[in-house]
Design a protein around this ligand. Structure first.
Ligand code: ATP
Length: 421
């Protein structure tokens, strides 16, 4: 493969017209104000690899915020500014471009965010994670398409290598450990041998990362097309055990992820449930705290571990649909799906799937208003009757609205045999 092709024309071919127009507008403006504009990072990597990537990162030797303001003033669109980082996101016509001032970074201590001062494009490329992400393309009209590749990124792309830029890179920022694995597995590349050695040496630096940064990188892995590949590799490199020694990136996990994709559309929370499936409650809680997981994801993780205990009850062919419903009501759907994929009992799995696909959506035809109209006194009795009507529907004892009304009339008459629980 050769990268001597004209990058400018490749850029024109690969970007939608509206996005290309935004990039051109930014380049023209930069030129008018005597600032040099570059396309940087992943978009060049993917451009050279022929992979689609509409995430446009621009770096200006000058002032990105000023450029972004001018862009909005002249062309309209929306702007989000991060003054602290000297970065801006410009949005128009459904597309976005990120603008940043070229900067020089220094790390005060491992894992912390770096100290940032304005710098040259070379400085800006040097602060990046891997050679394949440390290339820039000039966008000024006279030199459009000229590649800046000071660290041999295009060579590494040809050889299929992930290479850090300097020996202490993983120490300065251990998120790069997970990023290296993610790119390696996504692109079918290899860690360059000395990079791999340094990664293995520095795995313990993952302890220097904040929960938020660590979780973010794991979420990025979970959004890959085949996240299991990165987890298998993480195990092999001793990285997974830094999150928790009981986590396994093995054949079992790979099979479950594959089955998950057959069952439903890709879902990061479902993948995470499968990843943590073998953990004890205590280990799971430790991981939730370490990664600062909150909200729906934390609930799903806790539900997954709790649900394991219900498998023996669920492994019963004579379980009625209403019993399955009552057992699983309130559990996160992803935890239920994960348990159905992980459970050793086919009966439990099938009951779990029936709940997710069918039972959880079922409702009685009659509602509270209808019950009141039939003479049920307002109060807890209404809720009890609605639950009993749902049970009757789940178990196939009623079909039509008339069937439900007959049941309610029976209860109102106080017939012991048909009174709701
Ligand atoms: P992806 O396809 O995963 O989105 P990307 O290259 O666009 O790839 P981003 O996470 O959007 O990745 O980051 C943009 C660029 O910023 C990267 O290409 C890389 O040059 C740089 N970068 C991101 N994270 C780091 C980091 N932790 N250390 C150094 N450089 C980084």
């Amino acid at each position: 493969m050769s990268y001597s092709v004209n990058i400018a024309s490749q850029l024109e071919k690969s970007l939608p017209d509206e996005l290309l127009a935004l990039v051109r507008a930014a380049a023209d403006l930069a030129k008018a104000y005597g600032q040099r504009l570059y396309l940087v990072g992943g978009s060049i990597r993917d451009l050279l690899l022929g992979r689609r990537n509409l995430d446009i990162d621009l770096v200006v030797e000058g002032d990105a915020l000023e450029l972004a303001h001018l862009l909005t003033k002249i062309y309209g669109g929306d702007l989000i500014i991060h003054p602290r980082f000297g970065t801006a996101k410009f949005r128009k016509a459904g597309f976005a471009i990120d603008l940043a001032t070229a900067r020089l970074e220094t790390y005060k201590r491992p894992g912390a965010l770096p100290k940032v001062v304005p710098g040259s494009i070379r400085d800006d490329l040097f602060r990046r994670d891997f050679t394949i992400n440390a290339m820039a393309v000039r966008l000024d009209p006279e030199n459009l398409g000229e590649l800046l590749d000071p660290y041999g990124g295009s060579d590494d792309l040809e050889k299929g290598l992930i290479r850090i830029l300097y020996p202490n890179s993983f120490i300065d920022d251990a998120t790069r450990i997970l990023r290296a694995i993610r790119y390696e597995q996504r692109l079918g590349f290899h860690l360059e041998p000395s990079t791999e050695k340094l990664l293995r040496r520095d795995v313990t630096m993952m302890d220097t990362l904040s929960g938020d940064r660590l979780r973010h990188e794991i979420e990025l892995i979970l959004m890959e097309v085949r996240p299991e590949k990165a987890f298998l590799r993480s195990e092999e490199l001793g990285v997974l055990r830094m999150l928790n020694p009981s986590l396994r990136g093995d054949g079992w996990l790979a099979e479950r992820f594959e089955q998950a994709r057959q069952l439903t559309k890709p879902d990061a929370t479902l993948y995470l449930s499968l990843l943590i499936y073998q953990l004890s409650e205590e280990e799971n809680e430790g991981l939730i705290q370490r990664l600062k997981v909150s909200g729906k994801m934390a609930k799903t993780m806790r539900d997954t571990i709790r649900l394991k205990e219900e498998i023996p009850t669920l492994a019963d062919t004579s379980l009625s649909p209403s019993s399955i419903y009552r057992l699983l009501e309130g559990y996160s759907p992803q935890a239920i799906l994960a348990t159905s994929l992980a459970s050793p009992s086919p009966i439990a799995s099938s009951n779990l799937i029936i709940y997710v696909n069918k039972l959880r959506y079922m409702r009685p035809i009659l509602n509270g208003e209808a019950l009141k109209k039939m003479g049920v006194v307002e109060g807890p009795r209404i809720g009890e009757m609605l639950r009993a009507l749902l049970d009757a529907r789940l178990d196939g004892r009623v079909e039509t609205k008339g069937d439900e009304e007959a049941l309610v009339r029976g209860w109102l008459k106080g017939q012991a045999s048909s009174s709701p629980p």
